[in-house]
Write a protein of this length. Structure first.
Length: 211
């Protein structure tokens, strides 16, 4: 289950009933206070983080975060294979080979999340969190209207979702593998350097928000 970008305005309006539609729109358009967390670079699938401290009509609401828990599978106490990657890793044979090897391990994890391995698969939940003064905690966000939930989230079969991530990463790996096999003159072309950087950006989007 993940959030719809088209629902953000309505969610914020529900959380801040004293704020006008214009005030909500100004908040969403303020890049310093509102951050869109797009999922896999898909336009409609996105959570957000919003600092509402100075927003008129916030009524004590300090911060709002809407996110999906599917990325928890990539979390680690120390930097691991799912760390944010840099395009410069493609410039040296050793780091490039390690990156491709790590992608193989990532793919195996995504494959198991789809339920294609020995495990049942992994679901993801859409979560909405807010920060308010402690005195208001018991009376804030105790529930959401069912109709609002229906309009705000979309449910995707876990097998479809994780295989989409799996094949996306597999396609990126194939491009990087072909670049690895290319000669130095071909690799040094501006177009191929840019292609490698774009692949890294797209790979990061598989397990980071934002990419």
């Amino acid at each position: 289950v993940t959030w719809r970008q088209s629902s953000h305005h309505e969610l914020l309006s529900h959380l801040m009933p004293a704020a006008s539609a214009q005030q909500i729109s100004r908040l969403i358009n303020n890049k310093a206070r509102f951050h869109l967390d797009r999922t896999l670079q898909i336009k409609e699938f996105a959570g957000f983080r919003a600092t509402t401290t100075r927003c008129a009509g916030a009524s004590g609401l300090l911060y709002v975060q809407a996110y999906c828990t599917e990325k928890n599978v990539t979390y680690s106490l120390s930097p691991g294979i799912f760390r944010r990657r840099q395009a410069k890793e493609l410039l040296q044979k050793e780091t490039e080979a390690r990156l491709i090897k790590d992608m193989d391990a990532m793919s195996n994890i995504f494959f198991e999340c789809a339920g294609e391995g020995e495990v049942e698969g992994r679901d993801g939940c859409a979560r909405l969190e807010i920060r308010v003064p402690l005195t208001d905690a018991m009376n804030s966000l105790s529930t959401l209207p069912e109709e609002l939930i229906r309009r705000s989230v979309i449910a995707i079969d876990k097998r479809v979702w994780w295989l989409f991530v799996y094949y996306r990463l597999a396609a990126i790996r194939l491009v990087l593998k072909n670049l690895q096999k290319a000669g130095g003159r071909v690799r040094s072309l501006d177009s191929n350097l840019a292609l490698g950087a774009v692949c890294i950006y797209m790979a990061n989007a598989c397990f980071h928000r934002p990419a």
